[in-house]
Design a protein around this ligand. Structure first.
Ligand code: NI
Length: 162
């Protein structure tokens, strides 16, 4: 178990492109475990990508298992790719690497993601709604893209809650 430090906006590493894995080896599994431990330690996070903890490799964890309406996950994904997308939705997003900020971002309503799971098995996830948003947000991190690049308007989190 390892909780890693989450990099914050301004850190150049968050802007770099992450490298794919050749296979799901021990190192890949370790990264996925660390991502999960780090995500769980944040209490309110629903997804985390490897570059956010300083590792420029294509690995993400998404966990909507705590959602009341439609619990899904956790998903442990290596080399995730959006192979199909359709529709549009606007979602108010935040990011563990951009504390205190929220923004409205237009994302696909539905995405199909292909990846390797933590056992190296090829998987395909058909996602819609919040899961589609989170997958799209986390996969963006692997290409150095942050939600603030796409947000039409930014809000302070405190303001939002009042
Ligand atoms: Ni993020």
């Amino acid at each position: 178990m390892a909780v890693r430090k989450i990099r914050e906006i301004g850190d150049e590493l968050l802007r770099k492109k992450s490298r794919p894995f050749d296979s799901v080896d021990e190192k890949a599994k370790q990264i996925l475990e660390d991502l999960y431990d780090t995500l769980k330690a944040t209490q309110d996070g629903v997804g985390l990508a490897a570059p956010q903890v300083g590792i420029l490799r294509r690995a993400i964890v998404v966990d909507l298992s705590m959602e009341e309406e439609n619990p899904q996950g956790p998903f442990f994904l290596i080399n995730p790719v959006i192979v199909k997308q359709s529709g549009e939705q606007v979602c108010r997003e935040g990011c563990l690497s951009i504390p205190g900020k929220l923004g409205d971002v237009t994302r696909p309503e539905k995405v199909t993601v292909e990846a390797l799971d933590k056992n190296g098995k090829k998987i395909r996830i058909k996602a819609e709604g919040l899961l589609a948003v989170v997958l799209s947000h986390e996969i963006d991190h692997l290409d150095g893209i942050l939600f603030v690049d796409k947000a039409t308007e930014l809000f302070d989190q405190e303001e939002e809650q009042s």
